[in-house]
Write a protein that binds this ligand. Structure first.
Ligand SMILES: Cc1cc2nc3c(=O)[nH]c(=O)nc-3n(C[C@H](O)[C@H](O)[C@H](O)COP(=O)(O)OP(=O)(O)OC[C@H]3O[C@@H](n4cnc5c(N)ncnc54)[C@H](O)[C@@H]3O)c2cc1C
Length: 501
């Protein structure tokens, strides 16, 4: 390891998650020698990427395109699976709708137009893509129908993705230094960025490099930065993933004059088990999440509903659930289901660690939930049940329009009366996934200053780049954006290092 610290390399990649590995692979493809530095120990490597469920959003024109990425699809009962299409236009529409039309148009174009090719490229590095049935399509009348653009997911989720990437890193000769923390960038006006200062084995060292790629996540693990940028209360949110994304990369780049970019007071945050640990637990992965809000009635501890649970498919709204829960008394909420929808609930509702209450009557359930205004809860559910338009058929695969009428907050779709025992309530709080603010990069992923000039030799990819996410997020975009921009960063860093044209 000491030789690595002392020797010059073409490219240093900071971080060891999906964006970092995509960057490193691409830099090697373009002739560069690469060293990767990871602040975490080896068994905790890979940041948030290791915690993902493996949702992967890319454009496609139907089953023939999917077959190229997942040849085993030919063995599926394709008569009874409707994958639909997910065209560039559908992808653009989703990103712009989610972000209230604020996403950076150039970045969005790079993401969308490269997404299918990026997915294909990932399969050449051994990433196994499989159909996302159950999570993204329900069986109705014997047929699965996909609703949300996430036809295939990464087999084995993030844990397998990171394991696979690191096997590839060894194969292609990328050295990874664990428990090695980037603390600064080496820079002078003439040469630009020419290496990284790290803390390693209790000492500071300089690693010289011709190009540096920052792929070291956002600042979601840092309570002080969450409170500073996201606002009061966010310091108390639970963190869904790694404890190591403390905003160090962002700070280093800002210190050099990089332009802060994107939605700095925004974050991706979901409904997360009330008693989950403060940071993610890799043995549980993403299973503390509770995404089936569209089939629930969600109450705060005053026994009141506070959102339209049927606004949209969870993939398009789940990233806002956390922020809404943080505003409720005690920063908690309760998702209530009856027996009718049990078969539709995702695997996370069968996780070993659940804060769950069950009962055979609503009255009994209301009495069991700690801190709940039970009288108000019973009344809210009675009112909700009477307001459901049960004359409209229920269909979980489409916006079915089965709404409530006459409530102060109506439910727009999938409104079933909560009347069939047993009844279950899941207690949730906010789990922050990642933060939206980051640095500004060019189309070549060069980190830019406020005046639009590039900081020579410095590239960034993944969650630490701002501009793609505002207000909301379409699930499966994070891994795709990390891989797409990481691949570009690796290539451009190699060009700057002089190992590629
Ligand atoms: C529970 C959960 C589930 C998710 N599910 C999905 C999903 O299904 N699909 C999807 O697309 N996205 C999902 N996401 C979001 C996704 O994880 C991210 O968008 C993506 O993984 C970000 O990749 P990245 O490489 O930018 O960052 P990360 O994977 O977080 O990697 C950052 C790396 O930088 C390292 N690092 C940080 N600071 C330093 C430093 N100073 N020096 C050296 N190293 C440093 C970290 O240790 C880590 O290795 C999920 C996230 C979570 C938490």
């Amino acid at each position: 390891m000491a030789n690595i610290i002392g020797s010059d390399v073409d490219v240093v990649v900071v971080g060891a998650g999906n964006a970092a590995c995509a960057s490193a692979a691409s830099a090697v493809e373009n002739g560069s020698s690469v060293v990767m530095i990871e602040t975490a120990p080896e068994d905790m490597r890979g940041g948030n990427s290791a915690f993902t469920g493996g949702a992967f959003r890319f454009a496609h024109n139907g089953v023939d395109d999917l077959m190229h990425l997942c040849p085993s699809l030919a063995d599926e009962d394709l008569e009874n699976i409707d994958f639909g299409t997910y065209t560039h236009d559908q992808y653009y529409d989703d990103v712009f709708r989610m972000t209230q039309y604020r996403a950076d148009g150039d970045m969005c174009e790079i993401l969308v137009t490269n997404s299918y090719e990026t997915a294909k490229w990932m399969t050449t590095y051994g990433v196994d893509l499989i159909p996302a049935m159950g999570r993204q399509a329900f069986k109705v009348d014997g047929k699965f129908r996909f609703w949300g653009g996430l036809a295939l997911r990464i087999n084995g989720g993030g844990e397998q993705l990171v394991k696979n990437w690191h096997e590839q890193m060894s194969k292609i000769g990328v050295d990874v230094l664990y428990e090695c923390t980037a603390i600064g960038l080496l820079h002078d006006e003439g040469k630009g960025v020419h290496g990284v200062r790290v803390r390693y084995q209790g000492q500071e060292h300089d690693i010289a490099a011709k190009s540096v790629i920052l792929a070291c996540g956002s600042f979601e693990s840092n309570a002080e930065m969450r409170a500073r940028y996201l606002g009061p209360g966010w310091d108390l949110a639970k963190v869904r993933g790694t404890a190591f994304n403390n905003g160090a990369g962002l700070q280093m780049a800002l210190d050099l004059g990089a332009m802060p970019y994107g939605h700095f007071s925004g974050a991706h945050a979901v409904a997360w088990d009330l008693n989950a640990p403060p940071y993610g637990d890799i043995t549980i992965g993403d299973q503390f999440q509770k995404h089936n809000v569209p089939f629930a009635v969600v109450l705060n501890s005053k026994g009141e509903r506070f959102r339209d649970e049927g606004e949209d498919f969870h993939s398009y709204v789940y990233a806002r659930y956390g922020g809404e829960i943080l505003k409720q008394p005690g920063m908690c909420a309760f998702q209530i289901f009856d027996a009718k929808v049990q078969h539709l609930l995702r695997s996370e509702y069968r996780c070993r660690f659940l804060t769950k209450y069950s009962a055979d009557t609503i009255e009994e359930l209301a009495g069991k939930i700690e801190g709940m205004d039970s009288a108000r809860m019973i009344k809210t559910i009675e009112e909700f049940n009477s307001a459901c338009r049960t004359d409209i058929p229920f269909d979980p695969n489409v916006h079915d329009g089965r709404c409530t009428e006459g409530l102060s907050i109506d439910k727009s779709n999938w409104a079933n009366p909560i009347d069939e025992p047993p009844f279950d309530a899941y207690a949730v709080t906010a789990g922050v996934t990642f933060t939206f603010g980051g640095v500004k990069v060019s189309g070549r992923t060069e980190v830019e200053r406020a005046d639009g000039s590039a900081i020579k030799g410095l590239y960034a990819a993944g969650e630490m780049v701002g501009g793609l996410y505002f207000h909301g997020y379409a699930s499966g975009t994070g891994l795709m954006a990390g891989a797409t921009f990481g691949r570009i960063a690796g290539r451009e860093a190699a060009v700057h290092a002089g190992t590629s044209n």
